[in-house]
Design a protein around this ligand. Structure first.
Ligand code: ADP
Ligand code: ZN
Ligand code: ZN
Length: 743
C-alpha cells in the first residue's frame, strides 16, 4: 500500500477527520493499520503523532500535495487493526468523534515511566486517633494542616501521598511528623502480583453437574462445527455459572486462544479472582479502574506478548489486545455498569458481540436475572439459551415472605424493621447464623424536609436533594457541595425540619439499638472509599467477624457467604419509583439477587421482603425467583409502551452553562429531527430530571423508533448540524442509545 489515512492524535475536535499521507518505501513494512506514526502537519510541518486507520493504493487528492510519513512513533503501542475497526463501529453506533472512540479502545497511548506511588496509612486505633484529634484541636496555636490530615485519614484510612500534598495542599513535612509520632505508615504501593503463583497451589476442577455439562457441550458442539455464537447462560442464583465459564475458558486456552471475562467492578472481589487463579494460575490477569495507566500498560503488553491468556476486569477489559481472542464472557450481563457513562456511551455487551464477530470468537452472557433485551433475543433465537434451573447439589432456593409495611404501620409498628423480620433476626442471632440487610439505595432516603411546609433542601448547583451525613452535614452526591443542617426551615421558618427516613447509616443505628448484642458491619459508598474498602468489609463478614451486614446494592453481588441464612430487604419498592422505563426490571433484579444471597451454605435460607406495594409483579415474581413470570409481564408492558427492546430509544442531551442557549439549541435540534423523519417519535426538549449539574443546564430530547438504524441516522443528522451550526458556544451534546437509567 502506498498511502495511509491518519487520524491526528489530539483532542482537538476540529481535526476529527483523516488525512492521507504517503508511506515511504523504507517504512512499507513498519506501517500498518493501527500503527502510531509521526507526520508533518499544518503549514509549518509541525511534527505530530497520529494513528493509521486505513490504507490505500490510490491517492485521494493530487499526489504531489500528499506529504510522506516521517516515521513510526517510538514507544508506541501498535494497535490491532481489529480494535481500530471496533472504534469505528462504536463511533457509528453510539455517537462520538473518532478520537473519543479511539481513546476508548486504546486507553493507554504511550509508555508511562513507572513511578513509585506512595501511600499514607493511619495506624492509630480509632479511639486513639479521636483523642489525638481532640488534643490537636484544643492545643493553643494549633496546626490546621495537622488537623485536616488527621481528619481525612480518620475518614479514609489510607490516602495516596500525592493526593495529600497535591489535592489537599498539606505539606509533606506534616506527613513526616505523623510518621515520626507513629501515627501513620508510609509505603510504596505494591506491584500487582499473582497471589497464587507465589504459593504454588493449584486446584483441580470441580465435576460439573448434568445441567452445567449440557451447557458446556452445547457451546463445544458449535465450536467443533466452526460456529461462533452468542449464548445466554440463564442460571438461578447459586447454580454454578462460574464453573461453566471456567470450563469453556479451559477449552479456549487448550485451543491456544485467549479469553476475556467481564465482571461488574463491584463483584471483582478477591474471592472471585482466587477461583480463577487457583484454576488457571499465572496466565490470569486482572484489570480494574483503580490501576494507574502504567499498570494498565503493562497488562496490555503482557497480553499482546501472550504471557496473559485470560483477562478479568470491568467494562474496559473488553479492549484487551488479544490477537487470538476465542471467548468473551460477560457475567451479570444485566448490570447497568456495562454501559459507559461518558462519550461514547457504548454498551459492553453489544460491543463485545461486535468484537467477537470481527475475530471469530464466541460470547457467553451470564445472569440469574437476564436483561429483558437479552432474554428477548434468546427467545427469538438470536442468542442461544442455556439454562441452569437448579442450585448446585440440589440446594433449595430460599423461601421468601412478603411483608406489607402498610399493615405494620396500621397495627402500630413504626420501626423500619417489621415484626416478622425482628423475630427471625432474634432467631438467627441466637443460632449464631449471619444476616444481611439490604437497603435499596443510599441517599435516596437520607433527604431533609420540612414537616410543616414540605420544603426539601436541595443543592443550589445540581437541583437534587442533599443528604444528611454524620455531624449534621448535608452533602450533594453529584458535586460534593456541603452545608450544615439548618435548625429552622429556610422556607417557612418552622422548626419541624429533619430527616424522616434513613439511609444505611441510620439503619445501622436503629439495628444496633434494637440488637445491642449483635456485631454490625455497614457497606456503602461511605465505608468503602479506600482502595481496598470493599474487600476489607467483605472479608471481615466472610470470617464471621460480624453477625449482620447492612448495605446498599453493593452487598448483593458476587460474594458467597455460606453462613448467611436470613436476608432482609428493607424497602423493596423504592427503586420502583425511579421514574424510568427500567424501574421494574431493576427492582426485580435487585430483589432476586439480594434474596439469592440467602442459604448458599448447608442451611436453607429465608428472605423477608418488606414493601409498600406487595402486589406489584416485579415483587411477586422476585418472591419465587420466577424470571419467566416477570419477563412475561415486563415484555407486555414494553410492547404496549414501545420501550426497548420492543423499540429503540435515543436520548439526546444538550448542556450549556447558559440556560437560554441550551434551550435554543435543543429546540433547533428537535425541530430539525421532526422535519427529517416523521416516523421517529420525538419528545422534548424538556429539562432533564436533574436540570442542572455543576452549573450546567441540561435539556433532553427522547427519540423512539422500532428500527435502531433510523436512530443512528438521526444521530448523524445532529452531528451534521453541529458541523455547520454557529453560536453554539459552550454547548455540549451527547447521545445515549437505549439508556440504562432516566435522565
Ligand atoms: P452462580 O454464579 O451461578 O451464583 P457459582 O458459580 O458462584 O454460582 O457457584 C456457587 C457455588 O457452588 C460455588 O461455591 C461453586 O464452587 C459451587 N459449585 C459450582 N458447581 C459445582 C458442582 N458441579 N459441584 C459442586 N459444587 C459446585
Ligand atoms: Zn417549612
Ligand atoms: Zn451539587
Amino acid at each position: 500500500m502506498k498511502y495511509a489515512d491518519v487520524i491526528i492524535d489530539i483532542s482537538h475536535e476540529k481535526l476529527d477527520k483523516t488525512f492521507q499521507y504517503e508511506i515511504p518505501l523504507q517504512l512499507q513494512d513498519a506501517v500498518r493499520v493501527g500503527s502510531q506514526v509521526v507526520i508533518p502537519f499544518g503549514n509549518g510541518d509541525r511534527r505530530v503523532k497520529g494513528f493509521v486507520v486505513d490504507m490505500a493504493e490510490e491517492p485521494k487528492i493530487a499526489p504531489e500535495r500528499i506529504k510522506p510519513i516521517c516515521g513510526v512513533a517510538k514507544d508506541s503501542i501498535a494497535v490491532e487493526s481489529q480494535l481500530i475497526a471496533l472504534a469505528s463501529w462504536i463511533k457509528r453506533n453510539y455517537g462520538s468523534t473518532m478520537n473519543q472512540a479511539l481513546k476508548t479502545v486504546i486507553p493507554i497511548k504511550k509508555k508511562e515511566s513507572i513511578r513509585q506511588k506512595k501511600t499514607v496509612e493511619l495506624i492509630l486505633e480509632e479511639a486513639a486517633a479521636r483523642t489525638e484529634f481532640t488534643n490537636l484541636v484544643s492545643r493553643k496555636g494549633h496546626s490546621k494542616a495537622k488537623e485536616r490530615l488527621l481528619q481525612e485519614l480518620m475518614e479514609h484510612g489510607t490516602i495516596a501521598w500525592d493526593d495529600i500534598t497535591g489535592g489537599l495542599h498539606i505539606p509533606s513535612s506534616v506527613i513526616r511528623d505523623f510518621e515520626r509520632q507513629g501515627w501513620v505508615r508510609v509505603t510504596a504501593s505494591r506491584v500487582y502480583r499473582n497471589p497464587v503463583a507465589a504459593s504454588g497451589q493449584s486446584c483441580p476442577p470441580i465435576r460439573l453437574n448434568d445441567e452445567q455439562q449440557q451447557a458446556v457441550d452445547t457451546v463445544l458442539e458449535d465450536l467443533r462445527r466452526g460456529i461462533h455464537r452468542t449464548y445466554l447462560l440463564y442460571g438461578v442464583t447459586g447454580s454454578g455459572k462460574t464453573q461453566v465459564y471456567m470450563e469453556l475458558i479451559a477449552h479456549t486456552i487448550a485451543q491456544n486462544q485467549s479469553a476475556i471475562v467481564l465482571i461488574p467492578e463491584i463483584a471483582l472481589t478477591y474471592q472471585t479472582l482466587m477461583r480463577f487463579y487457583e484454576r488457571f494460575g499465572d496466565v490470569v490477569s486482572v484489570m480494574n479502574s483503580r490501576m494507574t495507566p502504567g499498570e494498565r500498560f503493562d497488562q496490555y503488553e503482557r497480553a499482546k506478548k501472550g504471557e496473559i491468556r485470560i483477562m478479568i476486569g470491568p467494562r474496559s477489559a473488553l479492549f484487551t489486545p488479544f490477537s487470538n481472542l476465542g471467548l468473551i464472557v460477560i457475567d451479570e450481563e444485566h448490570e447497568a455498569s456495562y454501559k459507559s457513562e461518558t462519550m461514547p456511551r457504548y454498551h459492553a455487551r453489544e460491543t463485545a458481540i461486535a468484537r467477537a464477530q470481527m475475530q471469530e470468537a464466541s460470547v457467553v452472557l451470564g445472569s440469574a436475572t437476564p436483561s429483558v433485551e437479552s432474554y428477548a433475543k434468546a427467545l427469538e433465537g438470536t442468542y442461544t439459551l442455556l439454562s441452569l434451573t437448579e442450585r448446585v447439589e440440589h440446594k433449595p432456593l430460599p423461601t421468601c415472605e412478603i411483608v406489607d409495611l402498610r399493615t405494620e404501620l396500621r397495627e402500630g409498628n413504626r420501626s423500619v424493621l417489621s415484626r416478622r423480620l425482628q423475630e427471625l433476626m432474634e432467631d438467627r442471632l441466637a443460632k449464631h447464623q449471619q444476616i444481611m440487610l439490604f437497603v435499596n439505595r443510599r441517599g435516596m432516603l437520607g433527604f431533609i424536609s420540612c414537616r410543616a411546609c414540605g420544603h426539601v433542601i436541595k443543592c443550589p448547583h445540581c437541583d437534587v436533594s442533599l443528604s444528611l451525613h454524620r455531624g449534621n452535614q448535608l452533602k450533594c452526591h453529584y458535586c460534593g457541595y456541603e452545608t450544615s443542617k439548618p435548625s429552622v426551615c429556610p422556607s417557612c421558618g418552622s422548626k419541624y425540619i429533619g430527616g424522616f427516613k434513613a439511609g444505611t447509616q441510620k439503619f445501622e443505628e436503629i439495628v444496633k439499638q434494637q440488637f445491642p448484642q449483635a456485631r454490625v458491619l455497614r457497606m456503602d459508598l461511605d465505608t468503602t472509599r479506600g482502595k481496598h474498602g470493599h474487600e476489607q468489609i467483605l472479608d471481615a463478614f466472610a470470617n464471621h467477624e460480624a453477625d449482620i451486614l447492612i448495605g446498599t446494592q453493593m452487598i448483593v453481588k458476587g460474594h458467597d457467604f455460606p453462613e448467611v441464612t436470613l436476608v432482609g430487604i428493607l424497602a423493596a419498592d423504592l427503586s420502583l419509583n425511579a421514574g424510568d422505563y427500567r424501574s421494574a426490571e431493576r427492582t426485580f433484579q435487585l430483589l432476586t439477587q439480594a434474596a439469592g444471597r440467602a442459604g448458599r451454605g448447608s442451611v436453607p435460607g429465608e428472605v423477608v421482603l418488606q414493601t409498600y406495594q406487595p402486589t406489584h409483579y416485579s415483587i411477586v415474581a422476585a418472591q419465587t425467583q420466577n424470571y419467566a413470570a416477570f419477563y412475561e409481564q415486563e415484555i407486555a408492558y414494553r410492547r404496549l409502551m414501545e420501550y426497548p427492546p420492543a423499540a429503540h430509544m435515543l436520548v439526546v442531551m444538550v448542556t450549556s452553562q447558559e440556560q437560554e442557549r441550551a434551550e435554543r439549541v435543543a429546540k433547533e435540534i428537535a425541530g430539525l429531527l421532526r422535519q427529517t423523519d416523521e416516523t421517529v417519535r420525538c419528545m422534548g426538549p424538556n429539562d432533564a430530571s436533574i436540570a442542572k449539574v455543576n452549573d450546567n443546564y441540561r435539556k433532553v430530547i427522547y427519540l423512539r423508533h422500532k428500527d435502531y438504524e433510523r436512530l443512528v441516522t438521526m444521530k448523524d443528522t445532529i452531528e451534521a448540524y453541529l458541523q455547520d451550526a454557529t453560536g453554539l458556544g459552550d454547548v455540549l451534546i451527547w447521545f445515549d442509545f437505549d439508556p440504562m437509567s432516566g435522565f
